[in-house]
Design a protein around this ligand. Structure first.
Ligand code: LMR
Length: 395
């Protein structure tokens, strides 16, 4: 049976990390995977996480199964973090399960949609996170794209997006990035969110909001503006959250899939289907990451500490956006890269071609995704000169 297999290419994002580790160039720079790095290029465990882990180590009483929904306290806390004090919580219309990371949330959402409507289509932005297509296809959905980023003018093609969403079927789902669009860094503004929410309401498609970077744009509440507005406007939607980036819990795999129904009775039915989707997939989520997050969010002191650490990460990345643009100018680059300072989160497109991307990697040890997506978190005051000189050379 196995002899029928053919070799597949490495993952376009995770494969880069493997190549980067093997590169012996002392000046190498990793701008590939979306992972926070400090000025020394390290991804340290947050101090609030260390404290929460110590607390769990001393106080955990059992490793018995938690059930397919995972920890009830985590589910309550993460729902409130994503939605704030929202009517869908007060009306008891939302059900949340903990998932193995944000990817687990997306896969669970995909399987849930397929259970509702076999053969359903999910529309994703063009471009979108490289794994969205694979996750939803693996869940049995058809994946189509709507216009989103205007590569030429380095801005949003909102007209194209709105026109496409008006043509979507009411039985389809539409994936939206809550904030810090991956890979373009271009987000909808408040008026555009209102328009998209109105279209969703009129057409009747199911919005699936992927919030993998809450806290990396403006702040925790501002980054959830669109998601909360959508939940105000439509009566059914899906939210996929992740604690990988904002709690720095990447390898612990903790995220959440929340589904909003029309009323409490339909939310209970949704919950039963959601739990059966999880049961036949991975049975139940890992507990450690959830335990850390709920410990932090259940303590006012640890929550304040976490807010401070999250702000530090966000401010450092934003500082690198400006530094990159300034240094490109200082190194004689005449092409306008100022759009990078207007974008949000970890990513932007450099807007260079495949050959230039390959030259950056082969000649200079600078690793960026083939689409020319860079993770700003890999830039530091120490490497920005080498980086911008190298970009200047390949341009
Ligand atoms: C990314 O987009 O780089 C991250 O979300 C990491 C991943 O799993 O692809």
């Amino acid at each position: 049976m196995f002899s029928k297999l053919t070799q597949l290419p490495a993952d376009p994002i995770l494969g880069l990390s493997v190549k980067f580790k093997a590169d012996l160039n002392p000046n190498k720079i990793d701008l590939g995977a979306g992972i926070y790095k400090d000025e020394n290029g390290d991804t340290p465990v947050l101090s609030c996480v260390k404290i929460a882990e110590r607390f769990r180590l001393e106080n955990e009483k059992s490793k018995a199964y938690l059930g397919s929904a995972g920890s009830a306290l985590f589910n309550e806390k993460i729902t409130a973090l994503m939605l704030g004090d929202h009517q869908v919580i007060r009306e008891n219309r939302i059900r949340t399960v903990s998932t193995p990371g944000g990817t687990g949330a997306l896969r669970t959402a995909g399987e849930f949609i397929k259970t509702c409507t076999p053969g359903a289509t999910i529309w994703v932005s063009n471009p979108t996170w490289a794994n969205h297509q694979g996750v939803f296809t693996a869940a049995g959905l058809n994946v189509k794209t709507y216009p989103y980023y205007d590569y030429e003018n380095k801005c949003l093609d909102f007209e194209g997006m709105a026109a496409a969403l008006k043509q979507v079927s009411k039985d389809d789902a539409v994936l939206l990035h809550a904030c810090c669009h991956n890979p373009s860094g271009m987000d909808l503004n408040k008026e555009q969110w209102q328009q998209v929410a109105d279209i969703a309401n009129q057409v009747g498609f199911i919005p699936v909001v992927d919030m993998a970077y809450q806290g990396f744009g403006e702040d925790l509440d501002a980054d959830a503006f669109g998601l909360r507005l959508m939940a105000d406007t439509v009566d059914q939607m899906i939210i996929c959250g992740s604690c990988s980036k904002n709690f720095g819990l990447y390898r612990e795999r903790i995220g959440a899939c929340s589904i909003i129904g029309k009323n409490a009775i339909s939310a209970d039915i949704i919950s039963s289907v959601l739990l059966s989707v999880v049961r036949v997939n991975y049975s139940m989520p890992p507990a450690h990451g959830a335990a850390i997050v709920e410990t932090i969010l259940d303590s006012a002191e640890l929550t304040t500490q976490w807010h401070g650490e999250l702000k530090e990460m966000r401010d450092r990345i934003n500082g690198m956006r400006q530094l990159l643009v300034d240094q490109l100018v200082a190194n004689g680059v005449t092409r306008d890269f100022s759009f990078i300072t207007k974008q949000n989160g970890m990513f932007s497109f450099l807007g260079i071609d495949q050959t230039q991307v390959q030259r950056l990697q082969g000649e200079f040890g600078i690793y960026i995704v083939g689409s020319s997506r860079i993770s700003l978190a890999g830039i530091s005051p120490d490497n920005v000169d080498y980086l911008t000189q190298s970009i200047a050379k390949v341009l």
